[in-house]
Design a protein around this ligand. Structure first.
Ligand SMILES: *Cc1c(COP(=O)(O)O)cnc(C)c1O
Length: 296
C-alpha cells in the first residue's frame, strides 16, 4: 500500500542539486507523506476507525492526510483552527480539496485550538471521535521522524551540505539522523524561531546541523515582492514550482548564502523540495485581493 515513486535528484547548477520529494506520491505530497508513512502502518495494524489530525485552513498536512484517506480508503477528521473559517470553505482551495477527499472538517475556536495539547480538549475529542488514531498538528511524532530518515539515501553521500525547510523540525530531524558525518545540514525556518532548537535536539543524536533563521521574511506565511519574484524566476528557469511558505523561502536563502559566499562555491549542495505546492492557490487568492503579482 505504501509504495513510493522512485525519484532522482535534479541538477540545478554546477553545485546545486534538488531532491524532488513532491514526486514521491501522486496525491500525498512530499514530506507530509514521509511523516505519515509509519503512522499509517501503525494505524493499519491497530483497530482504529480512522485518522484524526489538526491544522490551519491552508495546512499542507491537512491536505496530505485527506489525500491519504482517499488514496488508501479510510475516514479522516480534520480539526481546523478558527470557527470563522467554516463559512468560507467554498473560497478555500485546501479545505475544498480535503472535503472532496472525504475528510470530515470540524472547526474549533482559536482558543480551543490553542488547547489542542490539553488533556481536557483531548478527552473531549476522544469522546466525540472514539477510537481514532490521532496525529498531531504538522504530523510530527517519533514515527514521522522515522519516515523522514528515508529522505536521504546512500547516493546522497556525495553532498557536502543538505538544505531543508523547517516548520516543526520533524523533517529536519529525520534528515539529520540519516545524514553522513561529513555533511552539514542546514534548516531554514519558516517561522520566527521559538523553541525549535530544543525540539530538534530531543529527536537527534548528531551535531552536524544548524538553523538559519534569516529567511522567514516576516514570519509564517508572510510573503514579500522579492520572494514572489524569486519563485517566478525559479519556475521559468527550472520549470519547478516552489511554494511560498516553505520551499520558496528556503531556496531563496540557499541562493543568497551562495551569492554571499557563506556557502562556499566548492561545496556540493542538495536542497530538499518538500512539496507544499497545494498552498500556491490559496496564496494567489490573497495576492490577488491585494493587487499584487501572482505566483505563476
Ligand atoms: C510541513 C512542511 C515543511 C516543514 O516540515 P516540518 O517537519 O514540520 O519541519 C516543509 N516543507 C513543506 C512543503 C511542508 O509542507
Amino acid at each position: 500500500m505504501l509504495k513510493l515513486n522512485s525519484i532522482e535528484n535534479i541538477q540545478l547548477t554546477s553545485q546545486i542539486f534538488l531532491k524532488p520529494e513532491y514526486k514521491i506520491h501522486d496525491t500525498v505530497s512530499g514530506n507530509k507523506f514521509r511523516k505519515l508513512k509509519y503512522n499509517l502502518e501503525r494505524f493499519q495494524s491497530g483497530d482504529f476507525e480512522g485518522i484524526l489530525t489538526f491544522g490551519g485552513a491552508y495546512s499542507n498536512h491537512i491536505s496530505a492526510t485527506a489525500a491519504a484517506g482517499k488514496a488508501f480508503g479510510f475516514p479522516t477528521i480534520g480539526i481546523i483552527r478558527g470557527l470563522e473559517v467554516s463559512n468560507k470553505i467554498e473560497l478555500n482551495p485546501t479545505l475544498l480539496y480535503a472535503r472532496k477527499c472525504g475528510m470530515n472538517l470540524d472547526f474549533v475556536t482559536r482558543q480551543d485550538y490553542r488547547n489542542r495539547h490539553d488533556d481536557f480538549f483531548n478527552l473531549y475529542l476522544r469522546d466525540k471521535y472514539p477510537n481514532y488514531y490521532i496525529i498531531p498538528e504538522g504530523g510530527t511524532n517519533e514515527l514521522a521522524i522515522k519516515g523522514c530518515e528515508e529522505i536521504l539515501d546512500y547516493q546522497d553521500k556525495i553532498f557536502d551540505i543538505v538544505c531543508c525547510s523547517v516548520g516543526t523540525g520533524g523533517t529536519l530531524s529525520g534528515i539529520i539522523n540519516s545524514s553522513f558525518p561529513h555533511q552539514k545540514i542546514i534548516g531554514f525556518t519558516a517561522l520566527k524561531g521559538t523553541f525549535l532548537k530544543q525540539d530538534i535536539c530531543k529527536f537527534v543524536k548528531r551535531s552536524n546541523w544548524e538553523l538559519c533563521q534569516d529567511y522567514h521574511m516576516g514570519g509564517y506565511a508572510k510573503v514579500n515582492l522579492e520572494l514572489i519574484k524569486f519563485i517566478n524566476e525559479f519556475k521559468l528557469e527550472f520549470n519547478i514550482a516552489l511554494d511560498p511558505i516553505y520551499t520558496g523561502k528556503m531556496m531563496y536563502g540557499v541562493f543568497d548564502l551562495i551569492s554571499k559566499g557563506v556557502i562556499s562555491d566548492k561545496d556540493k549542495v542538495l536542497v530538499i523540495h518538500t512539496g507544499g505546492q497545494q498552498g500556491i492557490e490559496g496564496m494567489n487568492q490573497y495576492l490577488k485581493s491585494n493587487n499584487l503579482n501572482l505566483i505563476i
